[in-house]
Design a protein around this ligand. Structure first.
Ligand SMILES: *[C@@H]1O[C@H](CO)[C@@H](O)[C@H](O)[C@H]1NC(C)=O
Ligand SMILES: *[C@@H]1O[C@H](CO)[C@@H](O)[C@H](O)[C@H]1NC(C)=O
Ligand SMILES: *[C@@H]1O[C@H](CO)[C@@H](O)[C@H](O)[C@H]1NC(C)=O
Ligand SMILES: *[C@@H]1O[C@H](CO)[C@@H](O)[C@H](O)[C@H]1NC(C)=O
Length: 365
């Protein structure tokens, strides 16, 4: 079974993707971007500076590489977007050896001194900084601390930040998204449409499959949200609680890592067709209803800890999303639990209808 047998999931066997069976095998499988294992190793070396000996050994965990000198760095390419915690082995370190890690989705932001922005989008593009791993480095297997999880990246840069050289091996990323699913490639649906006249006949298929994988990367453990207030410049922290239950669907793997009901308008139909994994959607919607304004019936614009308020459009998206969730799941039992609050939220909108029976939105985004 792909789902872990917690009582929460068992109470909802209708939602178990296995009940629907997997998609047939076919040429579309070549465009399934999900990794075969939840432990992923670098697929290539992207860039280097300074003296890195045997860098190629870090590809697919072949052996050890040595970084010599302060400011020497090597950038590893995981081949696809990944997210989770980096582990590596410190095979040989001096008392003063130290490293820093920087992360980026795009190769344009590969830098030994900064990651791409995930905490706050600053014009400098250097808000997050790097994860410093100071001396003394522990010998043997090491895993980055949970708060420093990066939700979305493809390139990892390892920098020697001291004059003393160090030898490392076994660099990997333990994927943190879709924590309730073992086989990330087990899709229940697929899309395949060739366009023989376009320069890349598989272009549409690639876009659709990339969207499906994006939704998987947005399906995260409930305790891995971006911290709000944001960490000060030079830091990031993804250890905030995102809702009332997990796994939960958020708007983006790297940022914001919060529930945004409007984004779900696109993500949830994709989720239904690709993996039919609707529990993260139910958890996101349930979080919105539990945070309804008890006086006005207004629903929040985003989930916690961001908890933005005041969007009539996103208020509607929670209501539409609830309809979509019921349409895809038939989960009447859950609808009954939120029905009182659903009607309060509808009454909130009814109170905004003007005499000409037009909806009067105070905020349209
Ligand atoms: C290690 O760092 C300490 C403190 O900065 C310094 O006193 C010491 O000389 C360094 N040792 C070596 C071998 O560089
Ligand atoms: C999140 O991580 C930061 C940085 O280590 C820490 O200060 C904070 O207490 C953590 N918060 C939670 C909720 O674990
Ligand atoms: C290599 O890393 C993997 C993944 O973190 C870990 O399970 C394994 O124990 C490590 N190997 C050694 C020899 O430390
Ligand atoms: C319904 O709204 C109230 C606030 O009026 C909230 O305390 C409660 O948790 C909500 N119920 C559900 C099932 O979301």
């Amino acid at each position: 079974m792909r789902m872990r047998s917690t009582s929460l999931f068992l109470s909802c066997s209708l939602l178990a993707p296995t009940a629907f069976g997997l998609a047939p095998k076919g040429p579309w499988d070549a465009f399934n971007y999900a990794p075969t294992s939840k432990t992923v190793y670098p697929a290539a070396i992207r860039e280097m500076e300074g003296t890195v000996t045997n860098s190629q050994q870090l590809v697919n965990n072949a052996g050890s590489a040595t970084l010599s000198g302060q400011g020497t760095w090597v950038t590893l390419d995981f081949g696809v977007e990944v997210g989770g915690l980096i582990s590596l082995n410190f095979d040989s370190v001096a008392a003063n050896s130290s490293i820093a890690l920087s992360f980026t989705e795009s190769p344009s932001f590969i830098r030994p001194t900064a990651s791409d922005d995930s905490s706050f989008p600053d014009a400098s593009t250097t808000y997050d900084g790097v994860l410093h791993v100071p001396a003394p480095l522990p010998r043997g297997h090491w895993t980055q601390p949970a708060f420093s999880l990066r939700g979305g990246f493809r390139f990892l840069t390892i920098v020697s930040t001291a004059p003393q050289s160090l030898t490392i091996s076994n660099v990997s990323c333990a994927i943190s998204f879709m924590p309730h699913v073992d086989d990330l490639r087990a899709y229940t649906g697929y899309f395949f449409a060739q366009d023989p006249l376009f320069h890349d006949p598989d272009f549409l298929t690639k876009i659709w499959m990339a969207g499906a994988y994006t939704v998987q990367t947005n399906t995260v453990p409930v305790n891995t949200g971006r911290q709000v207030p944001f960490e000060p410049a030079g830091h990031w922290a993804n250890n905030a609680t995102l809702g009332i239950a997990g796994p939960i669907i958020v708007d983006g793997a790297k940022r914001d890592r919060a529930v945004w009901p409007g984004d779900m308008g696109i993500a949830v139909p994709t989720q239904f067709v690709s993996t039919n994994d609707l529990i993260p959607t139910r958890n996101a919607l349930a979080t919105m209803f539990s945070n309804i304004n008890p006086t006005t019936g207004a629903l929040p614009e985003s989930g916690p800890p961001l908890s933005q308020l005041g969007s009539d459009t996103y208020h509607c998206w929670t209501l539409i999303g609830t309809h979509n969730y019921y349409l895809y799941s038939g989960d009447l039992e859950w609808i009954q639990t939120i029905w009182t609050n659903y009607t309060k939220a509808v009454a909130f909108l009814e109170a905004k209808v003007d005499p000409k029976a037009m909806l009067f939105f105070i905020r349209s985004y």
